[in-house]
Ligand binder design. Sequence first.
Ligand code: MG
Length: 368
Amino acid sequence: MSATGILLCAGGSTRMGFDKLMTPVSGKCAIARSAEALIAGGVTEIVFAVSERTRAFCEALPLSVPKTLVQGGAERRDSVRNAIAAATGDILVIHDAARCLVSPAIVRSSIASAEQYGNGVVALSVTDTVFLSEDGKLTRLPREKLLRMQTPQTFRKAEIAEAYRNTAPEAAEATDDCTLYALAGYVPHFVAGSEDNFKLTTPADFARAERYFTRYGTGFDTHRLVEGRKLILGGVDIPYEKGLLGHSDADVLTHAVMDALLGAAGLPDIGHLFPDTDPAFKDADSMVLLGKVVAAVAEKGLRPATVSAEIIAQRPKLAPHLPGMKRRFAEVLGIPEEDIALAATTTEGMNDEGRGLCISAQAVASAR
Ligand code: MG
């Protein structure tokens, strides 16, 4: 049996003051993430129910399966009804685009359930104690009988189409597909959802979703120590008899941090961004270059989240300068100092760093 994904992208997104379905969550918006999860879970076609706001985005979204766009309605059920009419699959996987953390595994099990039982409705059991609070009176509800409905809700097309033809008054009250399906006399078959499959509703949900999509990168750099150059590390001028040789200010620590951030964003390294053959970067302040890296990362819909870096140098003593470096990074990266960890180590006289020939630095950065 073939499965069509019905992706509901017409919902009122104005509650948050911005369009929650098209705002990047770690570089990719909810509509794109939901569509990808549906495809990875086995749908071979997607029907998008769109609003005037989301239409152009859905039209342009590149997909590996055929797509159709239908106009969403004033109510969710109007959108679903329009999408059902346009769908060609035997099984319809109806999903709210705002649940963009749905896993392909959940999509697959709801399709498998629909193949076997006629439907697969994703729901969660309740683990908290739940009270009904009415007129100052509390009644404890039997949580073992309660379900929290999620999506996708997946049905054989003929049956859900029939359920949507119901024009009875109780059908007009239904806020999800499962309710209409049950009103038509069918028995819902529940499939285990996940706490991760939550709906983007509030700005706090965005912060929560972004934590799932944190990306990491690593960076490393080495510069030669020579006489007649300033020693600049983490944007701080450090008094020393030697400095680092390089085309820019040779701030090895900042270079490692830049490469780590670029890596987290899946971008090419600093050599690509700021070639040392370009006179524009001669003696460049690496903190200014870091600002440009933050802007490039922002272009990908990402922001720096954390940085952890270590300088490898035999001399001079760097510990007193680390707080100053941290302040500079916090300013330029736009993150709190507590999300930046800086350390310095010697190599106990071994290696080129230990012999005072060079200073190196390595960094790990995350972005989301
Ligand atoms: Mg360098």
